[in-house]
Design a binder for this molecule. Sequence first.
Ligand code: NAD
Length: 256
Amino acid sequence: MLQGKTALVTGSTSGIGLGIAKALAKQGANIVLNGFGDSEGPQAEIAALGVKVAYHGADMSKASEIEAMMQFAADTFGRVDILVNNAGIQHVAKIEDFPVERWDAIIAINLSSAFHATRLALPAMKAANWGRIINVASIHGLVGSAEKSAYVAAKHGVVGLTKVTALENATTGVTCNAICPGWVLTPLVQKQVDAKAVAMGLSNEEAKKQLLQEKEPSMQFTTPEELGELAVFFCSAAGNNVRGVAWNMDGGWTAQ
Ligand code: NAD
């Protein structure tokens, strides 16, 4: 379905980003990966799906590096047809204890990076009259949780940015939508499971159950594969007139 298209997924060396990159690659899209840590393994996983893959290690907290990454993608594959703004970090602390440096980093990586990549991707998408911008927000783009001020503020911002991007391009072939996962068992969440296990004297399994019990009625983690299939839907012809939505995959979290 996506043969000949190029998808750039930020923060795709791990977790949800890698799951979405694989799902788009399975549909035939060439992939530009980004993120920290091992990039060889993820590149090999994508190449094994029979598409072309490239990697750029831009730090999403830096506008100049995002510019270099978008230029690299255009130089390598011609243009970016599908942009998935996924890179994100978390920090958990009460507002009065929240390190200012963590606030700044979360706003830069979880929110401003999506603005920068979007502004740089739009001209070529509009010229081609086809494009898909998918912002990985969170259930925290729709509701709050204590001790996550920067994350909740950034993710609400991402949902707002999604709506404006969709509206500004509503008469074109460029759509923009957000994905709002509940708990997904990635390294980002495992850190929170570990903290709970230590704080409450629980085993890893008990801490995971406790985490789910607090928020997610299904008592199941959403998987990167499921989120990847939602991204594929947004890229399909059936998604042509889906514009500015924030779609939950949250096991009922926000139905409560
Ligand atoms: P993860 O830690 O597994 O992956 C994060 C990715 O972002 C990694 O590839 C990492 O290298 C990259 N990254 C981090 N800082 C970066 C930077 N400065 N520049 C470039 N890349 C950077 O986490 P994940 O759970 O897969 O999270 C992916 C996205 O999904 C995030 O935006 C997160 O907020 C969102 N999300 C996660 C959950 C969850 O339960 N895990 C729920 C809702 C939303």
